[in-house]
Design a protein. Structure first.
Length: 149
């Protein structure tokens, strides 16, 4: 017996291949986005009675930048120089990577408060291949969160 769409949505995990990338209001298409992570700094504190009470671990939020790489993509419906202009400006922008369900509706998103481009790589130009516009976009990001949409 076939399951309903609602039953499948609650029973099966989201596929990681169905995602969208937005920077500000510009939509982008990439085949891979790697490096997104939510991390908390921590310190283990040991005092004179740690042998009896055990050490204490303290977590705190860090505003440290971490690298994210977007590979093999293009900017959709925007200025073709959008990524180059952003790299030259060097300003931090909001970024969102949304995981989508089978219908294309966003279900879960990784939101980045500050994303700054540090490298933009072109593909190999060859008349014998069908390459994308951007081979790799390297970013430094901070303040990553995961939200349900």
């Amino acid at each position: 017996m076939a399951q309903s769409t609602d039953m499948q949505r609650t029973s099966y995990p989201l596929a990681a291949y169905n995602f969208r990338v937005k920077v500000g209001e510009a939509s982008m298409s990439f085949t891979e986005v790697s490096g997104l992570a939510v991390e908390r700094e921590h310190v283990t504190y040991e005092h004179g009675l740690s042998f009896r009470e055990s050490p204490v671990m303290v977590r705190f939020n860090s505003r440290r930048f971490t690298p994210v790489t977007c590979k093999r993509g293009a900017v959709l419906g925007a200025d073709p120089l959008f990524l180059f202009d952003w790299l030259e400006a060097g300003d931090g922008r909001r970024m969102e990577v949304s995981l989508c369900d089978a219908t294309g509706a966003a279900v879960l998103a990784w939101r980045v408060a500050v994303a700054i481009p540090v490298s933009l790589k072109a593909p190999t130009f060859s008349a014998a291949t069908n390459e994308v516009v951007v081979d790799a976009l390297d970013l430094q990001v901070r303040e990553v969160s995961v939200v349900r949409l």
